[in-house]
Design a protein around this ligand. Structure first.
Ligand code: F6P
Length: 545
C-alpha cells in the first residue's frame, strides 16, 4: 500500500502550503469578507468558528480531497458497522454503539451489541438508583455518601473528567473521589476523612489485571475490613466494572455486582458505558442518558454530514494541516470553564494513546509526523501562565478555545460585566489577539518608546478554533467528547495507523514488575537492567536503607 504522503493530494497540499505559509490572517480576512460565514459550522449544540485558521477555501478543498484519498468515508462506515478496524488486536471498534438509541439494532460477530449495551445501561441505572435512593446501603445499613472509583487511564480519566464537568448535576448528596496512581499518597489522601460505613468502591478495570488498580483495590479492601471488622462487608462496599468476570470473582467481588463491557470498547473510549458507573451514581440515570444523546448527535453528524460541513472532519484535517505541513508540534486545548479542568488530561489519553504510532496499520513505518501532542489548562488561568509563549514565542501552537454562553451559577459582583461575561470576553479577546496581533506601527502610534516597540509587537497569525456551546450540561459534554473522539479517528485514518491499540505501554509495565523485587532485595532481576538503571537501583536501595 502506497503511503498517503506519496499521493497527488498530499503533493498538492505541500505546494499549496508553500504558497499560503507567508500570508497573514489579517490579509486572509481582508481579502475575503464572507470568510466567517463560510468558515463556521454547527453540529447539534456545538458551534465552531474556524475562520481564524491559516487556510482558505482552496486549503479545505485540498484537505477534503486528501480525506477522500484516504478512504475516510468508507472507514467511518466500517467503524460504525463493526468491521475489525483495530487490526493489530483483530477487534471491532464500537464505542459509538455505547450510545445507540433504544430500539436500534446492531449485531456484530454474532453478538447482539445493541441489546447487550442497553442491558448494561439498565443495570447501571437500576443500581445507581438504588444507591441514590438509599435502598442500597453499606454493611451496617447506612446510606452511601461517597463513591471511590479505583481505576487508571481510561478507567479513571473519563469518569473523573466527566464528574468534575457535571458536578453541578450531582443531585443525590453523593460525591465521588478518584484513585488512580500507585503512589500511596493517592489512596491515602483520597481515603482521608471518609466514613467506611458510607463508602462504596467501584473497581474499574477493563482487564482487571492492571497493577495500579488491583494494588489500590487491595489497599481499599484492607482499609474497609480493618474498620468494619468483618470480611463480609466487602460485598456491600465493592462493585466492579470489567470485561473479565473470572478475575473479578477471584478478587472477591460478587459478579452479580459487576458491570460489564466488551473488547470492542477501548479503555479510553469507555466512560459512556459501564466505566461511567461512578458518574451515573452521582448524576443519575436520566442525566447519563442525556449525555449519551449528546454523543449520539455528533456521531450522526460525523457519519452523515458532507466533509465540507463536518465538524470532526474539518478539525481533524486542520490538525493534519498544522502537524504535517506547518510542522506544529502540539495543540493547546483551552476550555473557558473551570469545570473542564480535567478535559485536557482526558484528551491526552484519548488522542495520544490513540495516535502516538510510528507504524501504519499494515506494519510499514509511517512517513508523516503522527500524533498531535495535546495539552492545556482552563482559561483564564492559562493566560497568566503560558499564553505569553502562544502570543510571542517562536513556535506555532494551534489552539482550540471552548466556551459556554451560560454559567451554571454566578454570584453578583460589581464591575464592568458579570463574571461569566468577563470570562467569555477573555476567551474572545485571546483568540482575536492571537490571530490579528498588533503591528509595530500600531504600537508606536500608541506612544510606546522606540526601544520598547519590538518587545510589544504581537505577531498574530496564530491559528485557533473557537467552539461555542450554550451551556455545559450532560448532553453538551457528550457532544464535546464525541467531537474529539472523531477528530482522532479522522487523523488516524489519514495517517493510516491503528488508532485503537496501545502496544507502546506494555514494555514498561513488564520491566517494572521485573525490577520491583530488586528494589527491596539483593536478588538481581531476572533480566539484567541496563547500567544506568542498575546504578539507580543501587542508589535507591542505599537511600531506602
Ligand atoms: O496502560 C494503558 C492502558 O491499557 C489503557 O489503555 C487503559 O485505559 C488503562 O491501561 C487501564 O486498563 P484497565 O482498564 O484494563 O485497567
Amino acid at each position: 500500500m502506497a503511503d498517503i504522503t506519496e499521493s497527488p493530494e498530499w503533493s498538492a497540499l505541500a505546494e499549496h502550503h508553500a504558497a499560503l505559509a507567508g500570508r497573514h490572517l489579517r490579509d486572509l480576512f481582508a481579502d475575503d469578507p464572507g470568510r466567517v460565514d463560510r468558515m463556521t459550522v454547527t453540529a447539534g449544540d456545538l458551534h465552531l468558528d474556524y475562520s481564524k485558521h491559516r487556510a482558505t477555501g482552496e486549503t479545505l478543498t485540498l484537505l477534503v480531497a486528501l480525506a477522500e484519498r484516504a478512504g475516510l468515508r468508507a472507514r467511518i462506515e466500517a467503524m460504525f458497522t463493526g468491521e475489525h478496524i483495530n487490526v493489530s488486536e483483530d477487534r471491532a471498534v464500537l464505542h459509538t454503539a455505547l450510545r445507540l438509541p433504544p430500539g436500534e439494532a446492531l449485531t456484530v460477530d454474532g453478538q447482539d451489541v445493541a441489546g447487550d449495551v442497553h442491558a448494561v445501561l439498565d443495570k447501571m441505572a437500576d443500581f445507581a438508583g438504588r444507591v441514590r435512593s438509599g435502598e442500597w446501603t453499606g454493611f451496617t445499613g447506612k446510606r452511601i455518601t461517597t463513591v471511590v472509583n479505583i481505576g487508571i487511564g481510561g478507567s479513571d480519566l473519563g469518569p473523573a473528567m466527566a464528574y468534575e464537568a457535571l458536578h453541578d448535576f450531582a443531585d443525590a448528596g453523593i460525591s465521588c473521589r478518584f484513585v488512580s496512581n500507585i503512589d500511596p499518597a493517592d489512596i491515602v489522601g483520597k481515603l482521608a476523612g471518609l466514613d467506611p460505613e458510607k463508602t462504596l468502591f467501584v473497581i474499574s478495570s477493563k482487564t482487571f489485571g492492571t497493577l495500579e488498580t488491583l494494588t489500590n483495590a487491595k489497599a481499599a479492601r484492607q482499609w474497609l475490613v480493618e474498620r468494619l471488622g468483618d470480611d463480609k462487608a466487602v460485598s456491600r462496599h465493592f462493585v466492579a466494572v470489567s470485561t473479565n468476570a473470572e478475575r473479578v470473582a477471584a478478587f472477591g467481588i460478587d459478579t452479580a455486582n459487576m458491570f460489564g463491557f466488551w473488547d470492542w470498547v477501548g479503555g479510553r473510549y469507555s466512560f459512556d458505558g459501564a466505566i461511567g458507573l461512578s458518574l451515573v451514581i452521582a448524576i443519575g440515570g436520566e442525566a447519563f442518558r442525556e449525555m449519551l444523546a449528546g454523543f449520539r448527535e455528533i456521531d450522526e453528524h460525523f457519519r452523515r454530514a458532507p466533509f465540507e460541513a463536518n465538524m470532526p472532519v474539518l478539525m481533524g484535517l486542520l490538525g493534519i494541516w498544522y502537524t504535517d505541513f506547518f510542522g506544529a508540534q502540539t495543540r493547546a486545548v483551552l476550555p473557558y470553564s473551570q469545570r473542564l479542568s480535567r478535559f485536557p488530561a482526558y484528551l491526552q489519553q484519548l488522542t495520544m494513546e490513540s495516535n502516538g504510532k510510528s507504524v501504519r496499520a499494515d506494519g510499514a513505518p509511517v512517513v508523516a509526523q503522527t500524533g498531535e501532542i495535546f495539552w492545556g489548562e482552563p482559561g483564564t488561568n492559562g493566560q497568566h501562565a503560558f499564553y505569553q509563549l502562544l502570543h510571542q514565542g517562536t513556535r506555532l501552537v494551534p489552539a482550540d478555545f471552548i466556551g459556554f454562553a451560560e454559567p451554571f451559577e454566578e454570584p453578583a459582583v460589581d464591575g464592568p460585566a458579570g463574571m461569566h461575561d468577563l470570562l467569555t470576553a477573555n476567551m474572545l479577546a485571546q483568540a482575536s489577539a492571537l490571530a490579528f496581533g498588533r503591528t509595530a506601527e500600531e504600537i508606536a502610534a500608541e506612544g510606546a518608546p522606540a526601544a520598547v516597540v519590538p518587545h510589544k509587537v504581537m505577531p498574530g497569525n496564530r491559528p485557533t478554533s473557537t467552539i461555542l456551546v450554550p451551556k455545559l450540561t450532560p448532553k453538551t459534554l457528550g457532544s464535546l467528547v464525541a467531537l474529539y473522539e472523531h477528530i482522532v479517528f479522522v487523523e488516524g485514518t489519514i495517517w493510516g495507523i491503528d488508532s485503537f491499540d496501545q502496544w507502546g505501554v506494555e514494555l514498561g509495565k513488564v520491566m517494572a514488575m521485573d525490577l520491583a523485587p530488586a528494589l527491596t532485595s539483593a536478588e538481581p532481576p531476572s533480566r539484567a537492567p541496563d547500567p544506568s538503571t542498575a546504578a539507580l537501583v543501587r542508589r535507591y536501595r542505599e537511600l531506602r536503607g
